[in-house]
Write a protein that binds this ligand. Structure first.
Ligand code: AMP
Ligand code: GLY
Length: 438
């Protein structure tokens, strides 16, 4: 199955670096372009500045004669960039605006999931109705979860241990998140372990990637504030790779079916954030893209070339591409184990400090570890911090222990003032202690 020759990846983070790295290794792919990218990606992609608008981005993709655009982050998808690209006849991996509402509105996601018969925590959405939201939180009892409906950069969810906290979180939503909190979702808090199950789909066929687990809290043993993700590992001892496809049948397929009933075609990556509880798995949220940092840990585990699969998802030929690649059972198999350690800037997540010089960043990749850059820029020839999450260092090995050792060896070689990292990512014992507890 032929690969797209020229691929444009939209985005600038570690996820996009991992996508560009994986795509650039495909012998059928002649060039990977990343916009806006970051200077850490230069070995695997051509870096282009971002366009001023989504329509302009689509025009640039057309001028560059790319065969596929892969959209990394949710913002442009929710804003409708895939529709702009599709109108110009450019194959795009990532859903259109209608389907991206699954991530753009948590209330919409709940509505679709409910209609699809997918299990979610008891809850409801309230529009301009703080009193109604407070009332439901009282009826559910603590702990309870308060969510701004719209996109809030991963900060819109508050897990509240008491009803006083819940009321404060509800009242703070509008001032904190503005229009993204016109609606507020109140949900019963579930407890268990979280898992990210991502499927690639053209709307009809689905392929599950192995499950991965993100570590959202800043500190070891899941302490401290929530972040965009401080580390990740795969496979999960409690959710072996082979089980991801079964979860995809229970979550992703019915959601796509419900969207289809509403006249909406979904294509791209569909990410289900699951809570594995004693009563079975529940859906916490849908994302309409690959996860960050999950992608950094997942792609190095795949030996199946990604480019033809992403093109197949974009043009409705996923089943054929999967058959040609010898994939059976609706899944993309993973090999070995990976542990991704995020290096974060001083002050992250509240006020990341920018401009700190990074030492060791230009050393060549070790065989057993990969460095995927996110918040970096070049200043007078040297890499400096330019965002909260600076890099994800991914160790590879036959086991999680080996992969973690490789990840920490490589992480310790990259330093900058105030560098923050967790020391317990993927360690057996740390997930047994309950990584992912709410
Ligand atoms: P986000 O990725 O920003 O939407 O945050 C979602 C996170 O909030 C999840 O990863 C969970 O840690 C937490 N969360 C969301 N809904 C619930 C729930 N019903 N019960 C417990 N934790 C939840
Ligand atoms: N790792 C969580 C996310 O990508 O939203």
């Amino acid at each position: 199955m032929t690969a797209p020759q020229r691929i444009l990846v939209m985005g600038s983070g570690g996820r996009e670096h991992a996508l560009a790295w994986s795509l650039s290794r495909d012998p059928g792919v002649a060039e990977v372009i990343v916009a806006p990218g970051n200077p850490g990606m230069k070995d695997v992609a051509t870096i282009r500045p971002a366009a001023a608008s989504d329509d302009r981005m689509a025009a640039i993709a057309q001028e560059l004669e790319v065969d596929l655009v892969v959209v990394g982050p949710e913002g442009p998808l929710v804003a409708g960039v895939a529709d702009h690209l599709a109108r110009r006849g450019i194959p795009v991996f990532g859903p259109g605006r209608d389907a991206a509402r699954l991530e753009g509105s948590k209330a919409y996601c709940r509505d679709v999931a409910q209609a699809a018969g997918v299990p979610m925590a008891v809850g409801a959405a309230f529009e301009d109705d703080e009193e109604g939201a407070i009332d439901l939180s009282r009826r559910l009892g603590a702990p309870v979860v308060i969510k701004a409906d719209g996109l809030a950069g991963g900060k819109g969810v508050t897990v509240c241990a008491t009803l006083t906290e819940a009321e404060a979180a509800i009242r703070a939503c509008r001032p904190r998140f503005g229009l993204a909190a016109r609606r507020v979702v109140v949900e019963r808090a579930l407890s268990g372990r979280e898992a990210s199950v991502i499927a690639i789909t053209d709307g009809a066929s689905l392929l599950a990637l192995p499950a991965a687990r993100d570590h959202k809290r800043l500190g070891d043993d899941d302490t401290g504030p929530n972040t965009g993700g401080m580390g990740v590992y795969s496979p999960l001892p409690d959710l072996p790779d082979g089980q991801a496809a079964a979860l995809m049948e229970r979550f992703h397929r019915p959601i796509l079916g419900e969207l289809a009933r509403r006249g909406i075609r979904y294509h791209g990556a569909l990410y289900a954030g699951l809570m594995l509880t004693d009563d079975g798995p529940y859906l916490l949220e849908c994302n309409v893209r690959f996860g960050d940092p999950e992608t950094q840990a997942l792609l190095p585990r795949l030996s199946t070339p990604l480019a033809p699969l992403l093109l197949g998802a974009s043009n409705g030929r996923l089943a054929r591409v999967a058959a040609a690649a010898g994939l059976a059972e609706g899944r993309i198999p993973g090999e070995g184990a990976t542990v991704g350690v995020v290096l974060a800037a001083a002050g992250y997540p509240l006020e990341p400090r920018l401009g700190d010089p990074i030492l060791g960043g230009d050393s060549p990749w070790a065989v057993s570890a990969l460095t995927f850059w996110s918040g970096v820029r070049r200043s007078q020839g040297a890499l400096v911090t330019n965002g909260g999450r600076v890099a994800t260092i991914v160790g590879r090995g036959a086991s999680l222990e080996e992969a973690a050792a490789a990840a920490y060896r490589a992480s310790d070689a990259i330093t900058f003032p105030g560098r923050q990292l967790r020391r317990d990512i993927g360690r057996v014992g740390s997930f047994a202690a309950g990584a992912g507890r709410p």
